[in-house]
Design a protein around this ligand. Structure first.
Ligand SMILES: CCCCCCCCCCCCC/C=C/[C@@H](O)[C@H](COP(=O)(O)O)NC(=O)CCCCCCCCCCCCCCC
Length: 193
C-alpha cells in the first residue's frame, strides 16, 4: 500500500472512530459530530483537490489562501468555507479538548464528566457560540456518564492506562494548538468570520 493511501486510510478511520465515539454518547451529540465531521470533510476535500499539495501543512494552506485571496477576512463572502476559517473552528475545539482531557486526567473516578466537559467548554468554545448552541451543548453534556463509564466508552483499558495515555497525548495536543495559535495570531486570523 502506497504511503498516501495508507495515510488516507488512517484519516478515514480516525474520522469514523470520532463519529462512532460521538454516536455512542447518544443522539444529543449528533449535532456536534455532524458539524465536526462536515468541517473535517471540507479540509479533506481541499487536501484531495486540484491544489491538494498546498494543503499539506497548516503553514502552506495559510500561505496559499492568503496569496490567492481565498479567505474572507472581515465578513462572510465568496470564501465562506475557506480552509483557514474551517480549521480555526476545529482549532478552537482543540482548546476545549485539551482542557477537557486535562480535567478528565486528574479527576477522581466519581467525578461528573458533564461538569468537567461544561467547565472546559465554558473556558473555550462557548465564547464563540451563540446562546442557542451553548444551551444545546449544555443539554448534551448533561447526558454524559460518570468518569469511570466514560473511560469504558473510550475503550482504552483500565483507568490507570487511560490516565497514562492522556498524559502522553496532552503535550502533543498542546503543541499542535500552540503552533496553529501562533501562526493564526501572526496573520490576525483568530477572528475569521
Ligand atoms: C465528549 C463529549 C463531546 C463534547 C463536545 C464539546 C464541543 C461542543 C461543541 C458544540 C457546538 C457544536 C455545534 C456547531 C456549532 C458551529 O456553529 C460552530 C461554528 O461553526 P460555523 O462558524 O461554521 O457555524 N462549530 C464549531 O465551533 C466547531 C465544533 C466542533 C466540535 C468538535 C467536537 C469534537 C469532539 C471530540 C470528542 C473527543 C473526545 C475524546 C475523549 C477521549
Amino acid at each position: 500500500m502506497s504511503q498516501k493511501v495508507a495515510v488516507d486510510a488512517l484519516r478515514y478511520i480516525s474520522v469514523l472512530l470520532l463519529f462512532r465515539f460521538m454516536n455512542s454518547l447518544g443522539t444529543a451529540f449528533s449535532f456536534i459530530s455532524n458539524d465536526a465531521v462536515a468541517k473535517i470533510q471540507i479540509l479533506e476535500n481541499y487536501r484531495c483537490g486540484a491544489n491538494g499539495q498546498m494543503y499539506f501543512t497548516v503553514q502552506s494552506m495559510v500561505k496559499y489562501e492568503v496569496d490567492h485571496r481565498l479567505v474572507d477576512l472581515e465578513k462572510r463572502g465568496n470564501h465562506y468555507e475557506s480552509g483557514c476559517r474551517t480549521l480555526l473552528r476545529l482549532h478552537r475545539a482543540l482548546k476545549w479538548l485539551q482542557l477537557f482531557l486535562e480535567k478528565l486526567r486528574v479527576a477522581s473516578d466519581d467525578s461528573k464528566t458533564s461538569v468537567l466537559c461544561s467547565e472546559a467548554y465554558n473556558d473555550s468554545l462557548a465564547n464563540y457560540h451563540p446562546w442557542i448552541v451553548r444551551k444545546a451543548a449544555a443539554i448534551a453534556f448533561y447526558m454524559l456518564p460518570s468518569r469511570a463509564s466514560f473511560f469504558e466508552i473510550m475503550n482504552m483499558g483500565p483507568s490507570e492506562k487511560v490516565v497514562a495515555t492522556l498524559g502522553d497525548a496532552l503535550p502533543l495536543i498542546s503543541k499542535t494548538y500552540d503552533i496553529t495559535q501562533e501562526l493564526y495570531n501572526q496573520h490576525c486570523f483568530l477572528d475569521l468570520p
